[in-house]
Design a binder for this molecule. Structure first.
Ligand SMILES: Nc1ncnc2c1ncn2[C@@H]1O[C@H](COP(=O)(O)OP(=O)(O)O)[C@@H](O)[C@H]1O
Ligand SMILES: [Mg+2]
Length: 281
């Protein structure tokens, strides 16, 4: 059972001057000719990504859209340092990415909270030094950031899907990462909660200014949030097109400019596909 509605607890306050939250150092990311091939023990071979070139500036919000299985999660896992490249280079501030680090936070479609820990402890658990002097304040401040301080002692099974994702966002940010990687973070939520969480992530990005990479197959979401939308082809994923979104925020989903960009993304998304619905082209 959910403990509250999604709308009730949003806190738009700016960080307090007493904050223990360090200013985030947004990171610059570059993928150069990145390819990824998975091989199985039985000689099977899956080419997931092919010759990906992508440069992301510090503090930029980049949306990546692509069909199922085109390598979106693999791309994020490479940036996270959880997966190596087969060829090419993945660079963070000019340095090769060769391991995972606290400087990169990640949010997944499933919240991945530990069911036996309450909300507060779930966030605390992400800190390398949970007994450190700033740990308690860091957890408090990040729960406040996502509007969930009143639910600190609730357990995951008492939370709605949207609230759980907010905890996952607080957990991903508690180490003050310079990049937040979002892998279809709202994919399992109902349409209205999804819109609320999109507004929430926008507010957080504007307050924190980390570099954001959002993978989604929701084109509306990609255009609502991104400074640009990168469209990947079907597997092996290659960059089909990069579409800038030069619209002021918050964006009006019903506006003409918004619709024109969305149409453009659709068109590239379905380009070369025989079954592209007529109204999209
Ligand atoms: N560890 C792995 N071993 C073998 N194949 C994998 C592995 N991870 C992903 N793949 C394959 O790579 C392709 C891309 O996967 P993924 O990045 O998860 O796609 P997406 O997130 O776009 O749906 C898929 O065909 C998937 O089965
Ligand atoms: Mg995926």
């Amino acid at each position: 059972m959910a403990l509250g509605t999604e709308l009730a607890t949003v806190n738009p306050d700016r960080p307090k001057t007493t904050s223990v939250r360090r200013v985030i150092q947004a990171r610059r990311l570059a993928l150069r000719g990145v390819s990824k091939v998975f091989t199985s023990r039985h000689g099977g071979r899956v080419e997931a990504l092919k010759d990906i070139n992508l440069a992301i500036s510090p503090g930029e919000f980049v949306s990546v859209v692509g069909g199922s299985g085109c390598g979106k999660s693999t791309l994020l896992r490479i940036i996270a340092g959880l997966e190596g490249v087969s060829s090419g280079e993945a660079l963070l501030d000019g340095q090769p990415i060769n391991r995972a680090g606290l400087d990169r936070g990640m949010v997944f479609q499933e919240h991945r909270l530990l069911p036996w820990l309450n909300v507060w402890d779930n966030v605390l658990f992400a800190l390398p030094d949970p007994r450190g002097p700033a740990a308690r304040e860091l957890v408090d401040e990040h729960l406040e950031l996502v509007g969930l301080k009143p639910f600190a002692s609730a357990y995951p099974n008492q939370l709605s899907g949207g609230m759980s994702q907010r905890v996952a966002i607080a957990r991903a940010l508690v180490n003050r990462p310079g990049i937040l990687l979002l892998d279809e973070p709202f994919g399992a939520l109902d349409a209205l909660t999804r819109i609320q969480l999109q507004q929430e992530i926008l507010r957080i990005w504007q307050a924190e200014r980390a570099t954001m990479v959002l993978v989604t197959h929701d084109i509306d979401e990609a255009v609502f949030l991104g400074d640009r939308v990168v469209v990947l082809s079907n597997r092996p994923g290659t960059v089909k097109e990069e579409i800038p979104v030069p619209l002021a925020r918050p964006r009006q989903r019903g506006g003409n400019d918004f619709s024109a960009i969305r149409r453009k993304v659709y068109r590239h998304f379905f380009l070369e596909e025989e079954n592209a619905p007529e109204y999209m082209v």
